[in-house]
Ligand binder design. Structure first.
Ligand SMILES: [Mn+2]
Length: 388
């Protein structure tokens, strides 16, 4: 069976007020072309089809138009909800999706509850995103320290995977679709998904993946990569470059594979696409600005400008109004972030992670007053947990 594995569409995504949905719609057109040309028999979407719980009407229109076209090609869609998806809505669409031959698992169902779909020789185990809060009970979150919680998370994910693997047999074509962080996955240049969910703090160890799976189709990390050989597991990567934090050159796109009963999948092509507009951060000193302005103007995608020097709101406003494709201007105080440049997500403290989250979300470092408030709220939460 020929399968095309995609993930992280993020319909409804906006970046600094710019709606990315038309770019994602164009990428989905390319996906349809691949489905047709490569005679794909099943399309997989491993979570984050949408960017947020409140789905904009335009995103919904693109989604259902896409399903209609896919149905015309006679190709079913199997997917799971990611952490960004509107779970309740996807659950409510179940009957409607069925009309298109599409199934998206919104909430975890165990094997006994039908969490593994049977279609001919195919057995598809569907694992939607499970946050540590869902998986590690609230009481344990308060009682156990972070290390213990992470172990509890990994242990529970292992049990969930073991349970779903009961649906696999040596005579079936076994597929696992999941939205999760796999331990050891390369998070660098996948910065758009840099939130508290990504980082190796709550990750699934690769050895927890069921060995009976012929292929594991993953979503959540936006950089395309193979993360396990046995079982064979891939992140397909996002369809388009979603955030400035994601490397312009980071691989993304889709994975085309052949899955037959009783053996590991054969990957036919790691499709590394350049769908959507590129995003690039330009780092100039104030002195370089005049001289290198043309580089910025000629860039065909969306640009972010990081200027070394003291914040100058007037200059920022001028630059933003002069360059429509310039979406962000931030000022970097010399050396402020140099020291942490090599730090990886898993070694960042919560406060530093929050700083980076703020920078990536709002395009500038949080003010000290906000950091102080964050610190206070955290201490209060910890005190409450300690006395509970
Ligand atoms: Mn995502």
């Amino acid at each position: 069976m020929r399968i095309l594995h995609t993930a992280d569409w993020h319909l409804g995504k906006t970046l600094k007020g710019v709606d990315r949905t038309p770019e994602i719609a164009a990428a989905l057109e390319e996906v349809l072309k691949i489905v047709e040309e490569e005679r794909v028999e099943l399309l997989v979407a491993a979570g984050d089809l949408f960017d947020r719980p409140q789905v904009p009407a335009e995103a919904e229109a693109v989604f259902f138009d896409f399903l209609m076209r896919l149905k015309e090609l006679g190709v079913p869609l199997l997917g799971v909800a990611g952490n960004h998806d509107p779970r309740a809505r996807i659950a409510a669409w179940r009957g409607v999706l069925g009309l298109f031959g599409a199934e998206i698992e919104a909430e975890l169902r165990f094997f006994e509850e039908g969490g593994v779909r049977e279609r001919g020789a195919l057995r598809a185990a569907l694992l939607p995103f499970l946050s540590e809060r869902r998986l590690v009970k609230a009481a344990e979150l308060m009682e156990k320290d972070v290390g213990e919680q992470q172990l509890a998370y990994a242990e529970r994910m292992r049990k969930v995977l073991e349970n779903l693997a009961r649906g696999f047999s040596p005579r079936t074509a076994n597929l696992l679709v999941g939205h999760l962080t796999l331990e050891g996955a390369n998070l660098k240049l996948g910065g758009g998904e840099f939130t508290f969910y990504v980082g190796n703090s709550y990750a699934v160890p690769a050895e927890a993946l069921p060995t009976g799976a012929g292929y594991v189709a993953l979503g959540h990390i936006h950089r395309q990569q193979r993360v396990s050989d046995a079982p064979l597991a891939y992140y397909a990567g996002s369809l388009i470059q979603l955030d400035f934090g994601e490397g312009e050159d980071a691989p993304r796109g889709a994975i085309l594979l052949e899955l037959e009963p009783g053996r590991p999948a054969r990957v036919l092509e790691e499709i590394q696409a350049r769908w959507g507009k590129p995003l690039k951060t330009f780092r100039f000193s104030l002195e370089e600005l005049e001289r290198r302005a043309l580089e910025l103007e000629r860039f065909p995608g969306y640009a972010k400008l990081a200027l070394k020097g003291r914040p100058d709101p007037v200059l920022r406003e001028r630059l933003l109004s002069e360059n429509p494709h310039l979406l962000e201007v931030v000022f970097e105080v010399e050396d402020a972030r140099e020291g942490s440049g090599s730090a990886e997500a898993e070694v960042l403290g919560v406060e530093e992670a929050y700083r980076r989250y703020h920078e990536e979300t709002y395009g500038e470092a949080p003010e000290e007053a906000l950091i102080r408030a964050f610190r206070r709220a955290r201490e209060e939460a910890e005190d409450a947990a300690a006395s509970a």
